[in-house]
Ligand binder design. Sequence first.
Ligand code: TRP
Length: 470
Amino acid sequence: MTELTQAATGSAAQADGKGGHPLWSSRLAFILAASGSAVGLGNIWKFPYITGENGGGAFVLVYLLCIALIGIPIMVAEVMIGRRGGASPINSMRKLASRDNLSRRWIWIGGMGMVASFLILSFYSVIGGWALSYVGNSAGGLFVGSSSDEIGALFGNLLSDPYTLLLWHSVFMVLVIMIVARGVSSGMEKAINILMPVLFVLLLVMVGYAMSTDSFGAGFEFLFSPDFSKLTTEGVLTALGHAFFTLSLGMGVMMAYGSYLPKNVSIVKTAVTVSVVDTAVALLAGLAIFPLVFANGMEAGAGPGLIFQTLPIAFGQMSGGVVFGTLFFVLLVVAAVTSAISLLEPVVEWFEEQKGISRLTGAFIGGGSIWALGILTILSLNVWSDFAPLGMFERFEGKTIFDLLDYVTANLMMPLGGLFIALFVGWFMSKPSAENELSFGSVFAFNCFMFILRYITPAAVLVVFVYNLL
Ligand code: TRP
């Protein structure tokens, strides 16, 4: 495992000189790697569209609360387990559980995370494919002078064509498989560390453009002025699930990354930094998109196509739009790929550890199966768009296979994984271990943190769950 994650995370993880487990070269290296996993389609594609579907402000407020009260504590807990265990998620859990004489069943957290990674990547790659195809659309000047109807039709045509979707899904998956099979090279990692800040700047440019429309106020208000009458209980569950999804939590990814974190780095500060960066990207994406939605008389609740139907309008109108548009979609692909790597990695790792299969073969078998599963998502968008396998249950009425995959992973598996991680650290792992690992320097701060992790986080997850079931 050591070598694997090291390969995946690249040159940042270096041997600690004592022949032990390798460590990140610095706090910044960890922040960049963890942000690379966190910032992805979840921030730029998913956050705006679920915000639109759930009525805006009130949903955003709940989402921000979930990040602060649930997301950050769980990220701290995950990173802490990883650093303490110093191994792959399953082995870290095994070590910590046996050290404190706890049940071996705790390793199931790692197992569930792996299954969830598998399921998520199958549809994540299809959306990554949309972004890839939009690189071509933009470079080819297809947005220039197009009306919002024409841009809507462009997206509609993409979704209705399974072969084109399959082509781009395959290209995306091959890219991810190749990178994971070879390990991230240091050159590529350096490139990513430059490209991610560029994406941030480009989002600022888009927000600047949105400010020049006369609907910036309307977009801003939609995002930040809460109207609780628009919030449903399912919306609360979606916000909770998205907090996990966007921070890459509840599945052991942060545990794996944490196992490379040097002992002297503050886990809490680092987790807060990653979460703030991630949230900032999502909010900027929202600020760039909603003014365009209102300026063009579109539906905020348009669904998964939202960014593909709004941003191209802006690229088609602004000067230099072909360049900005192409750059934007290239960077969206880069952000998606860096997240996808962290989703395939655990699967490949498992093949290596359990089955003794080489990294290369594991990447192809794991990635290939995920690719095949992705076909279900593709078909959900066209041929099977009316097929709701669980339609007999009221809750799942009209939900396609794609909707179900998203629902089960983000709304059920990740929060459950997170709940158990919080319970493990809050109630089961020995307290001195946690105290030592977190080195708050203040007993009060540590106790506050433990209080949140023991009571607030599990209670919040449980309440949202139970409320939703009833
Ligand atoms: N956080 C990524 C995004 O927002 C998605 C992701 C990557 C993820 N790795 C993960 C989600 C691990 C959960 C767990 O796009």
